[in-house]
Design a protein. Structure first.
Length: 175
């Protein structure tokens, strides 16, 4: 039986719920206030068939790397990932994103569709980004519109701008 642990990490972009199984990091949730965190923990428990427990110590390797990322000293996450919450096309796209779009760079939705051999699936790439259970670590904030627009972002555009500014892609927001 799968077991899962979770904690809420106080990030500069707001609280992040992080959860992991024995396989690795399985979930990152933005704006993880008390209600959002409770809903996310219940949902991941249903999906994984277990009752996740709050355990900050078990998530310490994750939060340490998040500390480094937000401090600007870590460019590449080196964490085991549990991809069990996504399958098929979405998993292929997110794996390509994680492995092929490095810190400080961006990729267009169309380019990502081309990279996974699905040139007619640019819109579906957007759907895969919206379904990403591991934002920040699997950097969906690095996916932008091919025409130069910032595109959408499940965490909100201000968080996307902040993450891209942290990585030197955009100027720092003035807010």
């Amino acid at each position: 039986m799968t077991s899962a642990a979770w904690t809420v990490y106080d990030a500069p972009i707001g609280p992040l719920l992080v959860a992991a199984t024995e396989e690795g990091l399985v979930l990152v949730v933005f704006r993880a206030g008390e209600e959002t965190a409770a809903r996310a923990v219940a949902a991941v428990g249903r999906r994984l068939g277990c009752a996740p427990v709050e355990d900050a110590a078990r998530l310490a390797p994750v939060t340490a790397q998040l500390d480094g990322y937000f401090a600007g000293t870590l460019r590449d996450f080196d964490l085991p990932l549990d991809w069990s919450l996504i399958t098929g096309f979405q998993r292929r796209v997110l794996r390509e994103l994680a492995e092929g779009v490095p810190y400080g760079t961006v990729v267009g939705y169309q380019d990502l569709a081309d990279r996974v051999g699905e040139p007619d699936a640019a819109r579906a790439v957007g759907g895969a980004m919206g379904a990403n259970p591991l934002p920040v670590v699997v950097p969906c904030h690095r996916v932008v519109e091919s025409g130069g627009g910032i595109g959408g972002f499940g965490g909100g555009l201000e968080i996307k701008r902040t993450l891209l500014a942290l990585e030197g892609v955009l100027p720092a927001p003035l807010f």
